[in-house]
Design a protein around this ligand. Structure first.
Ligand code: URA
Ligand code: SF4
Length: 210
């Protein structure tokens, strides 16, 4: 099966999923979108009001801002893959619960990552960061790429947090502006990692880079 077919199949499963409580309040599930061969994948938290209505990720105010941030990095939105930790909107935009995160990521996000095999994963916010860099503090490590299983994970502040707290805005913008440089390094490391073909059950390798 091609990566594109796998992503399509996952999206169909997401639409009819009832594996956790979040399915009860959703209008539409939001599987994610972007090209199957994207080199950069961005992972947010979960759908908000607008995403839930449209079935697409980052289409509300945070999404507008995300488009601007991508432009600052010289990237078009249609060349990155955009997904979320949970695919259904938590009621009143509450935080997703640990069991909802565990269920949804095991069923869908981890399979999306495997299919796309991006060189860089940008995590937006602490729940997304927590999947790859548990126990870290976003305020301390934002913008610093870490090598995890042959991929560079770049933890970033959530765009909504920067909209609510304007003092975070320059930090987030500066982190996005460094993405092209990080991608170039990631491609080099990713090729090396594929060549060495690490086992999936190896403990994550967490090098501090740059
Ligand atoms: N915030 C998120 O984390 N994801 C979206 O898709 C929209 C807003
Ligand atoms: Fe299924 Fe994920 Fe939606 Fe829960 S949040 S119902 S696991 S798609």
């Amino acid at each position: 099966m091609t990566a594109e077919n796998t992503l399509f199949a996952i999206a169909q499963e997401v639409q009819s999923c009832t594996a956790c409580n979040l399915h009860k309040g959703r209008t539409r599930a939001v599987p994610g979108e972007g090209p199957a061969n994207a080199r950069i994948m961005l992972i947010g938290e979960g759908p908000g009001y607008h995403e839930d209505r449209q079935g697409r990720p980052f289409v509300g105010p945070s999404g507008q801002f995300l488009n601007d941030l991508l432009a600052m990095a010289g990237l078009r939105r249609d060349e990155v893959y955009i997904a979320n930790v949970v695919k259904c909107r938590p009621p009143q935009n509450r935080d997703p619960e640990p069991d909802e995160i565990a269920t949804c990521t095991k069923l869908f996000l981890m399979r999306q990552i495997a299919a796309i095999d991006p060189a860089v994963i940008v995590t937006l916010g602490r729940f997304s960061m927590g999947l790859f860099l548990p126990g870290e503090r976003i305020s301390r490590i934002h913008g610093q790429p870490r090598l995890v299983n042959g991929r560079l994970i770049v933890p970033m502040i959530h765009p909504a947090a920067a909209l609510h707290q304007p003092q975070n805005r320059p930090l987030l913008e500066a982190d996005f502006r460094r993405l092209p440089e990080i991608l170039a390094e990631a491609e080099r490391l990713h090729k090396q990692a594929s060549f060495l073909s690490p086992q999936a059950d190896e403990p994550p390798e967490q090098l501090r880079l740059f």
